[in-house]
Design a binder for this molecule. Structure first.
Ligand code: HEC
Length: 299
């Protein structure tokens, strides 16, 4: 007589178990790594392809233009080189088959090409592969303007250890260099500005704010990398990065404008992540930095 009831109570936990297993698989798939967006790969195209692929560039492709929206929309046009695919997809194919970049003698094999400044590195190629695998996602919103990049456009990196565009100099944990990105609203009345450092060594990092740019925005040599901020400095927060990532502020911390004592609307401030670059890399000093970000605060 009790059988139907027993069956019912038994089937419910089973269903829940299955749901939990599915949820677990879903969450663990998500936690493997963050999705790679065009914001992540754009610096690779700017660094390697800029000379020929800006607005009106060869092959109808502006993938290396500093205007990220233009670069992305061109990456989504149909390719003639890889029919049925986008030009963004064809870009990876042509890097790997050694036909792009056109000049520089790259083979597409990063171990053979190592040390040739024209060629994409292994870390860059794997970033492009992730972007393709994740579905060629568009750029994520960003705030402020990058300056003092360790890509050779400003002061050179101390050991010729250039990173890619919108990043610092190469360091022991990343040949691309550490990157600072800002998102949210730099508003004094509703400050949601979020600073995110990525490709950091998981040792020690500090977010700093400066009233000025070092060396007029070109940066000055600082350990293994460049110092981008100058003037009166505020240390916003120190971090032990995890998976190379650190952010400011974290929940419960003062907003950037409060901690940085930004006085009024129209004020310009400059931000950078400085960090320890463990092990002997480049010079004996173990310090290095990301690119800088210039922010104009509004009301
Ligand atoms: C020195 C100049 C030069 C550089 C640097 C260069 N390209 Fe090109 N690219 C060209 C020329 C010229 C064409 C058109 C002829 C051709 O397709 O071979 C072209 C065409 C292309 C196409 C074909 C577009 C299509 O519709 O299929 C892709 C993709 C491409 N380039 C990707 C890249 C990428 C990615 C880089 C950087 C890693 C790069 N190129 C760097 C000169 C260059």
């Amino acid at each position: 007589m009790e059988y139907p009831y027993a069956q019912e109570t038994q089937s419910e936990p089973l269903m829940m178990k299955a749901a939990h297993v599915l949820l677990f698989l879903f969450l663990s798939a998500l936690s493997v790594r963050a999705q790679t967006t065009f914001s992540d790969v754009h610096p690779v195209f700017v660094t390697r392809c800029y000379s020929c692929h800006t607005l009106g560039g060869y092959g109808g492709l502006a993938i290396g233009d500093s205007n990220i929206n233009l670069a992305y929309s061109d990456s989504q046009l149909p390719s003639y080189y890889s029919p049925g695919q986008t030009k963004g997809y064809a870009s990876l194919i042509r890097i790997l088959d050694g036909t792009m970049p056109l000049v520089g003698g790259c083979t597409g094999d990063p171990t053979v090409d190592a040390g040739n400044p024209a060629c994409a590195t292994a870390e860059e190629i794997s970033l492009l592969q992730s972007w393709i695998t994740d579905g060629q996602l568009g750029p994520t919103p960003s705030t402020g303007i990058s300056f003092c990049d360790g890509d050779g456009s400003g002061t050179g990196c101390p050991c010729n250890n250039s990173g890619i565009s919108y990043s610092g100099c190469a360091h022991s944990a990343s040949e691309l260099g550490a990157r600072l990105q800002a998102s949210g609203t730099a508003s004094l009345t509703s400050d949601t500005l979020l600073l995110k450092g990525s490709r950091l060594p998981n040792t020690s990092a500090v977010f700093v704010q400066g009233t000025q740019q070092a060396n007029g925005g070109l940066g000055t040599v600082f350990g293994d990398g460049l110092l981008c901020v100058g003037g009166s400095l505020v240390r916003l927060g120190t971090r032990i990065p995890s998976g190379g990532i650190a952010t400011y502020p974290q929940p419960g911390e003062a907003s950037v404008s409060l901690k940085g004592l930004v006085p009024s609307a129209g004020t310009v401030r400059h931000y950078q992540v400085l960090f320890r670059n463990p092990g002997s890399y480049c010079v004996p000093a173990t310090s290095s930095g990301s690119n800088g970000i210039r922010i104009t605060w509004t009301l």
